[in-house]
Design a protein around this ligand. Structure first.
Ligand code: DLL
Length: 433
């Protein structure tokens, strides 16, 4: 089967040429930031290094990391590499406390981010005949606008729905014949459950084909659950504001990892504590360098996201590197009874259990106890206590086997836990409140 490409030449560029292109762009980036960004010049000088120390791509490790904290030096314009009049847009990160990280785009940067989204969408079979319901938040968040411009570039009809008001979302799907969805996985689970509760039959009453889900971690089990509920294909879309927003990593139809566009980003995986490169294929923190950014180039940006590189060539023919689904953020990890736990491990178990509905919440009361509240299908509340007890035991036991700590499981009716329309807040840590 001949798979579609948006930019066949660059997407299939032989590895050697891709590396040469990366080296050329990396040199250029280092020279520009050394010359134009005092924050970087100072960092280079502290390490006694200049851009001329870069001879090969491997030399990148001689250069300094950029951390989230660095984005606040000379805030908000301190990392600009172009005069302010060249900047045409600002986006911010969805940080929950303090000042948001501010990321600036030139006209060319906006074109580039749209080009990368176009590659992603076409890679999954989208065409200009499609209709995309964009249910991410419009505004300072990159999620909606960056996707919007990329989809328009392909010629797709975009419905700028924004999140929330689920009844209206479903009406929009019916009215306009939505074929593609863009939303967070937690909201997609909720929307899917409302569609089914209304008695709609997705294959018959709706035209949905594909959902692009991202902006928060989710498990393979959740993907499968949404695919089954709506009878669609779900593709994982990864990104972060600091690197344009959505479309930094995106799955192809083989769904075996996310392709990262290497003509635009240099990928490293480092040990989250030491910052040293990990061995090929090992899990570590994703570190990204922009290679084609005009307004705000960032080098060796510490994403805090944990993943690993999949180095085997992909059957789709794209030469760009793949990373695994994000396994969690190094700062999402919590410790109960001395055991390191990621929320995603819990999600993976829950979503694979028959009877578990769409929503769950983890409550950390103290350092020894973890409560997992789980919404379960309505049919379980029929008065037959033994079925509930059986399910509760099954959930407790399966969680214990995976996370090695026995949680206290509470089963609740659907609709009890807070609904998330954007990024879900799964963990309530009462120890730090
Ligand atoms: O969430 C950009 C985005 C919008 C990506 C729409 C995908 C779709 P931020 O608000 O800056 O940007 O949050 C970035 O969200 O560092 C990850 O921890 C997490 N994240 C994003 N996508 C995924 C994903 C946008 N597919 C942070 N899987 C990142 C797991 C994800 N985590």
């Amino acid at each position: 089967m001949e798979l579609p490409f948006w930019n066949r030449e660059i997407e299939r560029l032989p590895k050697k040429n891709l590396k040469n292109l990366q080296l050329e762009r990396l040199k250029n980036t280092l020279e520009r930031i050394y010359e134009k960004v005092p924050v970087y010049r100072k960092k280079f000088q502290e390490l006694g290094i200049t851009p001329s120390h870069l001879k090969s791509l491997e030399d990148i490790i001689k250069f300094p990391f950029t951390t989230k904290e660095d984005l606040f030096i000379d805030y908000p314009y301190g990392l600009l590499a172009v005069p302010l009049e060249e900047v045409v847009r600002v986006h911010t990160s969805s940080g929950t406390t303090g000042k948001p990280k501010a990321i600036f785009f030139s006209k060319k940067d906006l074109e580039t981010s749209a080009e990368l989204i176009a590659r992603c969408l076409v890679m999954t079979g989208a065409t200009k005949e499609d209709i995309l319901q964009n249910s991410m938040t419009y505004g300072l968040f990159t999620g909606a606008l960056v996707m919007h411009y990329g989809a328009e570039k392909v010629g797709i009809l975009v419905i700028p729905a924004g999140p929330g008001n689920t009844e209206r979302q479903i009406e929009l799907m019916k009215t306009f014949g939505t074929t593609l969805l863009h939303m967070t996985p937690s909201y997609a689970l909720y929307v899917a459950s409302v569609i089914l509760e209304k008695g709609l039959i997705p294959q018959k009453d709706l035209k949905l084909k594909t959902a692009y889900l991202g902006a928060e971690p989710y498990s393979e089990q959740t993907r499968r659950k949404i695919e089954e509920m709506l009878d669609i294909q779900v593709y994982n879309c990864y990104g972060l504001s600091e690197m344009n927003g959505p479309g930094v990593g995106f799955e192809c139809p083989y769904k075996e990892g996310l392709h990262l566009w290497e003509d635009n980003f240099l990928v490293e995986i480092v040990h989250p504590e030491t910052g040293e490169p990990v061995k090929e294929g090992e899990i570590g923190e994703l570190v990204l360098t922009t290679l084609n950014r005009e307004a705000m180039p960032l080098i060796r940006y510490r994403t805090r996201d944990l993943t690993r590189i999949i180095s085997e060539p992909c059957a789709c023919g794209r030469t760009h590197i793949r990373i695994s689904r994000i396994l969690g953020r190094s700062d999402d990890m919590f410790i109960v009874r001395g055991v390191n736990i990621f929320p995603q491990q819990i999600e993976e178990v829950l979503m694979g259990i028959k009877g578990v509905a769409q929503n769950y919440q983890i409550v950390l009361e103290n350092y020894d106890e973890m409560i997992v509240k789980v919404e379960i299908d309505r049919e379980f509340f029929d008065g037959r206590i033994e079925r509930l007890l059986y399910l509760k035991n099954e959930i407790t036991e399966k969680l214990r086997q995976t996370i090695l700590v026995r949680p206290k499981v509470e089963l609740v009716e659907p609709g009890t836990l807070p609904i998330s329309e954007g990024k879900a807040k799964r963990v309530i840590d009462k120890r730090t409140l």
